[in-house]
Design a protein around this ligand. Structure first.
Ligand code: FES
Length: 320
């Protein structure tokens, strides 16, 4: 997925593959000669070239100290674009895959207190953060981990062992009445740094309840990266380059980023899910349908995240 052309890739061996929750698998990779791998910080991810040929980013969820293996966990998104299914269904122990050096778009800041909020497979970077806190003896944190039921909550036992009563695993059984009520945690702006990773509805909810918090305290990472940014009722529109006048039709079933690349424009991206800020593009004219988690309200007339956002007007004039 990443178009970060500076990444270095290793051809790593899949040495273990374990089901850690329903249709969710832990993959452990090592160099074939078991030599050390580059170290990484909590919150880091690697880019993996899947058997289907797609590039996808996955958080490292292992211990940063154990640098002879990289551990990632993947939930097979059966409704997704196929990369996660390819990883789950088409790999076996002993296979070799290209795995990049780690990058970190979700770094932990030094803070006195942390509030972690995770949903589904979004627990992976937070597991790594909690391992780091455990190692350093830092105990001022809480984790709220929401899942439909415990069988879907990967690493639930590990987290409870690591964090004890700082860890709350909330299972809502898919019932709206049981959804966790985050408002009491956010009603009064606090001093915690909040790290939230999970499905888009969870992150949108946290963004909505934390609007009065300092943005510097709020950190989001989207790991629904195998889910299409396109919605069923999306329609085609046109983008025009503000300087060259080049016009490109964006089909209903493709993003601006994908389409511009197909036309030969080399554009940077990372998460491709509207959370990292890498694909920020100047919006000169037109009304955007903003679907990202990055732009502040006051930036929305001037910028657009082209990996997920679309148009409400027939045409957008951009400077890419
Ligand atoms: S690539 Fe991350 S926001 Fe677009």
């Amino acid at each position: 997925m990443s178009e970060n052309t500076n990444l270095e890739f290793f051809n790593l061996e899949l040495i273990r593959k374990t089901e850690v929750a329903q249709d969710t698998w832990l993959f452990e990779f090592s160099r074939p000669d078991r030599a050390l791998l580059p170290t990484f910080e909590a919150g880091s991810h690697v880019t993996v070239v899947t058997p289907s040929g797609a590039r996808r980013q996955y958080s490292l969820c292992g211990d940063q100290v154990k640098t002879d293996t990289y551990m990632i966990a993947i939930k097979a998104e059966r409704e997704g674009r196929g990369a996660s299914i390819s990883m789950v269904d088409d790999t076996s122990v002993g296979d070799r895959l290209d795995v990049s050096t780690p990058e970190n778009t979700f770094p932990m800041v030094d803070a006195n207190d942390y509030l972690f909020i995770a949903g589904g497979i979004g627990i992976t970077p937070i597991l790594s953060m909690i391992r780091q806190l455990k190692r350093s003896g830092h105990t001022a944190y809480r984790l709220i981990y929401v899942a439909r039921d415990r069988s879907l909550a990967a690493f639930a036992d590990d987290l409870e062992t690591l964090g004890g009563d700082r860890v709350m695993i909330h299972c809502d059984e898919g019932q709206a009445d049981n959804f966790y009520d985050f408002w009491p945690l956010f009603e009064t702006p606090g001093k915690s740094h909040v790290y939230c990773c999970g499905p888009r509805p969870l992150m949108e909810e946290i963004k909505a309840v934390s609007g009065h918090w300092s943005p510097e305290r709020m950190h989001f990472e989207d790991f629904a990266s195998d889910v299409r940014a396109i919605r069923d009722n999306d329609t085609a529109f046109t983008v025009r380059h503000a300087d060259t006048g080049e016009e490109i039709q964006i089909p209903a079933d493709a993003t601006i980023l994908e389409t511009l690349r197909d036309k030969g424009h080399a554009l940077p991206s990372s998460c491709e899910s509207g959370t990292c800020g890498t694909c920020r593009t100047e919006l000169v004219e037109g009304e955007a349908d903003h679907r990202d988690m990055v732009l502040e309200e006051h930036q929305r007339d001037s910028y657009i995240m082209i990996c997920v956002s679309r148009a409400l007007s027939d045409k957008l004039v951009l400077r890419w």
